[in-house]
Write a protein that binds this ligand. Structure first.
Ligand code: B4P
Length: 190
């Protein structure tokens, strides 16, 4: 099974590159951001609570996202593998993911981290905010909060995978095709 974690700060291109990976490798895409936005669109209690946090650039509680991922793994028992996009975002989520996969006799193949400067992230998200309708993309203050939340809570997840010799970082600035080429070179080594 090929199980990839795509990692990087908000706007690094995780969602964009996931689309390329789905086509090439036939993996199931699990984006916690997309799953949360679906809950919001459906007006569920989970969505109402998540929206307040997301609109303020904060992370949603670990138990909520771990539960969503667990359900999706159970619902896709015959998958060739998964792309985890935007998950895990805390060390507690990384530990929970290892346990969930181990209970299915599986494991993470590797984490690929997209390196992008803060100024580029801000530009990309503001540009997307003009058309996406995402409240968390429209406001420079919220974008800076998301980047701070990433540095405080999510960046340590890289160390978790480094300790397990499952971490590779690549340059996330360049054309989408160039970056996809770098990702493919890493995946070829798994
Ligand atoms: P996410 O939905 O995961 O979104 P993201 O980090 O903003 O974006 P991503 O890196 O996927 O960027 P994309 O490819 O779209 O998270 C949103 C919120 O949900 C979080 O803030 C949090 O509140 C909550 N959440 C999600 N998961 C959670 C978890 N596990 N735990 C707790 N809370 C969670 O690219 C961005 C833009 O850049 C696009 O417009 C794209 O076209 C452009 N772009 C991409 N590649 C480019 C390139 N090479 N050059 C130029 N532009 C590029």
């Amino acid at each position: 099974m090929l199980n990839l974690v795509l990692f990087g700060p908000p706007g690094a291109g995780k969602g964009t590159q996931s689309q390329n990976l789905i086509e090439k490798y036939g993996l199931i895409h699990l984006s916690t951001g997309d799953l949360l936005r679906t809950e919001i669109a459906n007006g569920t209690q989970l969505g109402i609570e998540a929206k307040k946090l997301m609109d303020d650039g904060k992370l949603v509680p670990d138990a909520v996202v771990i539960g969503m991922i667990s359900n999706k793994l159970d619902a896709n028992k015959d998958a060739k593998g998964f792309i985890f996009d935007g998950f895990p975002r805390t060390v507690a989520q990384a530990e929970a993911l290892d346990e969930l996969l181990a209970s299915k006799q599986s494991e993470i193949s590797g984490m690929i981290a997209l390196e992008v400067t803060d100024s580029e992230l801000e530009q990309r998200l503001l540009l997307r905010g003009k058309s996406s309708g995402r409240p968390d993309d429209a406001n420079p203050e919220v974008i800076r909060k998301r980047i701070k939340e990433y540095n405080d809570k999510t960046a340590p997840v890289a160390g978790f995978y480094q300790n397990h010799n499952k971490y590779t970082s690549i340059n996330g600035i360049g054309s989408i095709d160039e970056i996809f080429g770098s990702i493919n070179s890493v995946v070829a080594g798994y």
